[in-house]
Design a protein around this ligand. Structure first.
Ligand code: NDP
Length: 509
């Protein structure tokens, strides 16, 4: 399958996944990508990456450690010094656009890899892969229009600015949107003239490895490097490496703080995209049906494993019953199933650990006094080898309960009611995170006021919840992070600004 289409599989779940494994393994070598070569770890050690639908190994990948990270950083430094850092934005842009074209030619295969390794319904994986590529293309194009400034001053001075790359940058990504988050970072990093070393999450290394193999003979050798491995063994050495000039991390808030401390040792610039507990406020003036649709997408897409999932609904008490009935009906209409067959809308959670965490939270909610109206683990049928949780709705939730304060990272919606505007805003802001928010109201003034009053990096009003677009900044307030991705400004985060002051002598003629 090498086109813009997806070929669904048929047969039993064991048969479809065995066939897909074979198809994926035929695509690439899936070694660490260092200096544009597929390599084993220096130690020779490997670890398995699992298919979360059937709980079986897809293949093993190198278990890189500090030695391999060092080799990748050296390869990146050579690429940077060898020309990538100094070539014109147009040359970089052209190379990136050629890579994008090759990735687009192979988008069906990339989506299959992403689906199998990440447990995503194939159709969703295709949509996400195309979406991820849009960001790479956006940065390749936007860098062509990048410019510095001339600073107005006296006639005897000429002052202007340059935006220069950091050199080698370290990018660390989580398992929930492997390609999308990688390209959010690689787009601005490469376009700005940096060479990159990327460490994908241990659970989902395959799509980035395959995308890197497809960069062979397109990006100059060493411009893009991928080291697979565990956080402490491969991620930490990257954040501590003296030659890495910038670290961009997406993941859990606790890990983000560790990354920030490590980067402090070498005064390395960091961008952090961390967790969320994002509110969706449904005012009495909302179109309830529309709000139900948007919330269901915002919490149940990707089995709720989205940093910006709207994992708390705050709904006005007058419409709470209508809204809850609508959401429960919507949740029950979503179909957990084999991710490789047509019609499946809910895949499994990524791992046994995540399954345990999410199902534990549902129990914690019950113990705290919440009511589980629908959902819970899938306990029978042919999905029990995977880590499936049905779309779940908890009602009777107070904002001080753990299920309303802590990131569950699964398909679990918690519903709290409010009476007044001030109460809604107070509840919305009463968490330590501030990544995103949704607002549903047909009252335009109220919509803008709520958007201003809610402490979050992104607010979606009346639809399209949690879909950052190329050019629209994405990032967190409070403990959800530092810096922004997806926007033109992200190019700035991958450069250092230099002011050049030129003294102008009197002309001697
Ligand atoms: P983690 O924080 O555990 O891991 C993220 C990445 O960091 C992985 O590649 C991991 O490696 C690596 N890592 C772990 N320890 C270290 C370390 N000491 N130094 C450097 N790197 C390290 O998050 P998850 O992968 O478990 O992702 C889920 C979490 O990420 C959720 O809490 C979610 O909220 C958050 N997230 C936030 C997003 C945002 O944009 N704000 C987007 C997506 C997720 P390994 O996996 O190999 O251990």
């Amino acid at each position: 399958m090498t086109s813009d289409s997806i070929g669904y599989y048929t047969g039993s779940i064991e048969e479809t996944h065995a066939a897909a494994r074979e198809d994926v393994l035929a695509l690439g070598e899936f070694g660490a990508w260092i200096g544009s070569e597929s390599r084993s770890a220096d130690s020779g050690e490997e670890f398995a990456t699992l298919d979360p639908v059937v709980g079986e190994e897809i293949c093993s990948v190198p278990q890189c450690t500090a030695t391999d990270v060092d080799a990748a950083v050296k390869a990146a430094q050579e690429a940077f010094d060898g020309g990538w850092g100094a070539c014109s934005p147009q040359e970089r842009s052209n190379a990136m656009l050629s890579w994008v074209a090759t990735l687009r030619e192979n988008v069906g295969d990339l989506a299959l890899v992403e689906s199998l390794d990440g447990g995503k319904p194939l159709k969703h994986a295709l949509v996400e892969t195309k979406y991820a590529l849009d960001f790479l293309e956006y940065y390749a194009k936007v860098v062509q229009a990048d410019e510095g400034i001339t600073v107005p001053t006296d006639d005897d001075m000429h002052v202007y600015t340059r935006h220069e790359p950091h050199g080698v940058v370290g990018l660390i990504t989580p398992w929930n949107f492997p390609l999308t988050i990688s390209f959010w970072k690689l787009g601005p990093a490469l376009a700005a003239g940096n060479a990159a070393v990327i460490k994908p999450a241990e659970q989902t290394p395959l799509s980035m490895l395959y995308a890197a193999e497809l960069s062979k003979d397109i990006l100059p050798d060493g411009t893009l490097n991928v080291v697979t491995g565990f956080g402490e063994e491969a991620g930490a050495p990257l954040t501590e490496h003296a030659a890495v000039g910038k670290v961009s991390f997406t993941g859990e808030d606790v890990t983000g703080k560790t990354v920030m401390k490590a980067a402090a040792e070498t005064v390395t610039a960091v961008t952090l995209e961390l967790g969320g507990k994002s509110p969706y406020v449904v005012f009495p003036s909302a179109d309830v049906k529309k709000a139900v649709r948007d919330v269901a997408h915002g919490i149940f897409y990707n089995a709720g494993q989205s940093c910006d999932a709207c994992s708390r609904v705050l709904v006005h008490e007058d419409i709470a019953e209508e809204f809850t009935e609508g959401l429960v009906a919507r949740a029950e209409g979503l179909t957990p199933g084999d991710t490789l067959v047509e019609g499946t809308t809910v895949g499994p959670l990524i791992s046994a650990d995540q399954f345990e965490k999410v199902t534990d939270y549902v129990e914690i909610g019950r113990e705290e006094g919440a009511t589980c109206v629908t959902g819970g683990a899938v306990e029978d049928g042919d999905l029990t080898d995977g880590w499936y949780v049905r779309p779940t709705v908890l009602t009777d939730v107070d904002n001080d309960m753990r299920v309303a304060q802590e990131e569950i990272f699964g398909p679990v919606e918690v519903i709290t009611t409010f009476e007044t505007y001030d109460e809604a805003i107070e509840l919305a802001n009463d968490v330590e995170f501030g990544l995103a928010a949704g607002v549903a109201t047909e009252n335009t003034t109220l919509a803008h006021r709520a958007a201003a009053d809610i402490e979050a990096g992104s607010v979606w009003i009346n639809g399209n919840y949690a879909t950052p677009i190329p050019g629209g900044p994405f990032g967190g307030y409070k403990q959800s992070g530092i810096g922004r991705e997806c926007s033109r400004d992200a190019l700035r985060h991958f450069t250092q600004e230099k002011a050049v002051h030129v003294a102008l002598d009197e002309p001697s003629l």
